[in-house]
Design a protein around this ligand. Structure first.
Ligand code: TYM
Length: 338
């Protein structure tokens, strides 16, 4: 991908979200917020990783609807199809193709050691399928297909990113440089937003407790209710302290919403009491996402447009992915059809 103005190749950014549960304010602060900044200066690709989420059972009709809803949320958030390639992973067959090849360069021991595999195996004891084990290799394929420089993600994806780098380096060492070795882009603040009900655990897209997480398209009353109920501590002063994880989480969220530093927010709300502070955090979330929610509702009425963007995105992504696959196949010695 070239920058036609300066004729300097632009760096490539790649990231994605699994269409499970809801897109939370955690996903927004840890990932999407950075995508919006990066799409201005990089060749960016943002996908709905709908093959990844098949590692847990999905109801087909709900799944199709949710994937489309996530796609609309990308656009409503401001991911711009004129600046970035936005597409569904399953529309570009090279993801699965490269995954198979990279499987042959990945050790089973590396996969069984992955923290997320261990966690998810515990949660899905009756369905520890091969996909769950192979998940990080498919993620490596996503990233390496596009010769990605930067991967903007939350801190929970760090281990997966490391393995993608290891696989790339291993392949490059065996066959000469083939893949760009990607770097993570993890925000200094907000890389892990915590549950509103348990401020020591991650805010998760599929938390069974609806009060634990907040969707970016959630209605204002529901947002306010959840912040009022957010678990904090039994003190009354708003302070930045390690032993006040609930308050620190709320400060981090409000800082991401308003652009104010957590220090200045702590100063402002120090002695006003928790109720007033929680009200202010809730309002900052409502106001930040109001335009997004309105745009989302509008886009969901325009399926024709959504599908056109998805089609354009898949075509553009396929062209790049095809080039990488040709290179990979040549290097490993597959017979070419000319
Ligand atoms: P997923 O769908 O679990 O999460 C999407 C993105 O949101 C970030 N995130 C968070 N950030 C801050 N606080 C939180 N509580 C929080 N929860 C989630 C995640 O770090 C992620 O950036 N395996 C990936 C999807 C994926 C991918 C890729 C990402 C597949 N292929 C290629 C980048 C590049 C995942 O499950 O993310």
């Amino acid at each position: 991908m070239e920058d036609l103005v300066n004729n300097i190749p632009k760096k490539v950014v790649y990231s994605g979200i699994q269409p499970t549960g809801i897109i939370t304010i955690g996903n927004y602060i840890g990932a999407i917020d950075n995508w919006l900044k990066l799409q201005e200066d990089y060749n960016s690709l943002f996908s709905i990783v709908d093959l990844h989420a098949l590692t847990v059972r999905q109801n087909p009709a709900e799944y199709r609807q949710r994937a489309l809803s996530f796609f609309a949320q990308y656009l409503a958030a401001g991911i711009d199809p004129n600046k970035a390639i936005i597409y569904f992973q399953s529309h570009v067959k090279e993801h699965a193709e490269l995954c198979w090849i990279l499987n042959c360069f990945t050790y089973v021991g590396e996969m069984t050691r992955m923290t997320q595999f261990k966690d998810k195996s515990k949660k899905n004891e009756d369905n520890i399928n091969m996909g769950l084990l192979d998940y990080p290799v498919l993620m490596a394929a996503d990233i390496l297909l596009y010769q990605t420089d930067l991967v903007p993600v939350g801190v929970d994806q760090k281990q997966h990113l490391e393995i993608a780098r290891d696989i790339a380096i291993r392949f490059n060492n065996l066959y000469s440089p083939t893949f760009k070795v990607p770097e993570g882009y993890i925000p200094k603040q907000g890389a892990k937003i915590f549950s509103l009900q348990d401020p020591t655990g991650k805010m998760s897209k599929s938390d069974p407790d609806p009060n634990a997480s907040v969707a970016i398209i959630e209605d204002p009353d529901s947002i306010m209710r959840k912040f009022k109920r957010a678990v904090t501590d039994c003190e009354t002063t708003v302070e930045i302290r390690e032993d006040k994880p609930g308050i620190l989480n709320l400060l981090t969220i409000m800082s991401a919403m308003t652009g104010q530093t957590i220090e200045s927010l702590a100063d402002e709300y120090r002695d006003g009491g928790y109720a007033k502070f929680k009200q202010a955090v809730g309002e900052s979330v409502v106001e930040k996402f109001r335009p997004l929610r309105e745009e989302y509702n509008r886009l969901m009425q325009d399926k024709g447009y959504l599908m056109q963007v998805a089609k354009d995105g898949a075509e553009k992504a396929s062209r790049i992915a095809y080039r990488t696959m040709q290179k990979v196949k040549r290097k490993i010695g597959l017979v070419e059809l000319k």
